[in-house]
Design a protein around this ligand. Structure first.
Ligand code: T5A
Length: 213
């Protein structure tokens, strides 16, 4: 079994999770601005992507047709590079990291959404990253139909965003299951509210986590 680490970092590591169009990019950027406004060093990053190699993998993953195993391995390869070359060095130096998606996305999409075993997918990512887990994960939870309308309103969709119906429902249920299994790491926020209301909730969750350190 892979050993996990959550609280050994100087910087605060916060990840945002949720289905497509639930507002992760919007809210993770608000979180970055909030941390800056209280005088903390912070970087904002994302998966897939996050590093020069990660950006190349992101392009491959989102444009090429591939099987579930290949997809899971490419996400894990991106994650290994991202965590080992960017995220962990930043946290060790005392910089906060606000991250749009991490391994819970793989467990939800490649595991619950597709046909892979969720625990195998999780273990693959833990192996790839040496067991790295964030201190705080904010799950933006939203009815998949509303999320799909938000993504649709924006225009073009990538290969994974084009998945429909049952896939989105399995994904949402899977993410809620992950949050229930790790209540000390996850905070669930209703993503159906306004951008400002959600940003306010995210601010207070982050403040409480910093005060509890
Ligand atoms: N993936 C990813 C996997 O399958 N496995 C993995 O391991 C990982 C890491 C690419 C795809 O890869 C998959 C998941 C994805 O399908 P991505 O490009 O990061 O990942 O795609 P998303 O994370 O889904 O990015 P999106 O931009 O689609 O969604 P966000 O970031 O959740 O939403 P955001 O902030 O861009 O907002 C979407 C729209 O809604 C509006 C925004 O203005 C925007 O137009 N909005 C709101 N509207 C009303 N009320 C609010 N409160 C709103 N907040 C935002």
């Amino acid at each position: 079994m892979t050993k996990t680490s959550t609280l050994n970092y100087r910087g605060l590591w916060v990840t945002f999770e949720g289905g497509d169009g639930t507002g992760k990019t919007t809210q993770s950027k608000h979180a970055r601005e909030y941390l800056r406004s209280i005088g903390r060093d912070v970087i904002h990053t994302r998966e897939p992507g996050g590093t020069p190699l990660g950006d190349k993998l992101r392009h491959l993953i989102l444009t090429e047709q591939m099987g579930s195993h290949t997809e899971a391995l490419l996400f894990a390869a991106n994650r290994a590079d991202h965590i080992r070359t960017l995220v962990e060095p930043a946290l060790a130096a005392g910089t906060d990291v606000v991250q749009d998606r991490y391994l819970d996305s793989s467990v939800a999409y490649q595991g619950y959404g597709r046909d892979l075993d969720p625990s195998e997918v999780r273990n693959l990512s833990l192996w790839a990253t040496g067991g790295a887990l964030p201190e705080l994960t904010i799950l933006l939870d939203l009815d998949p139909a509303i999320a799909a309308a938000r993504v649709g309103a924006r225009g073009e969709q990538d290969r994974i965003e084009q998945e429909q119906g049952d896939f989105r429902t399995r994904l949402r249920d899977g993410l809620l299951e992950l949050a229930a299994a790790e209540p000390e790491r996850f905070v669930i926020i209703d993503a159906g509210d306004t951008e400002a209301q959600i940003a306010g909730r995210v601010r207070s969750v982050i403040t409480n986590r910093l005060l509890a350190r």
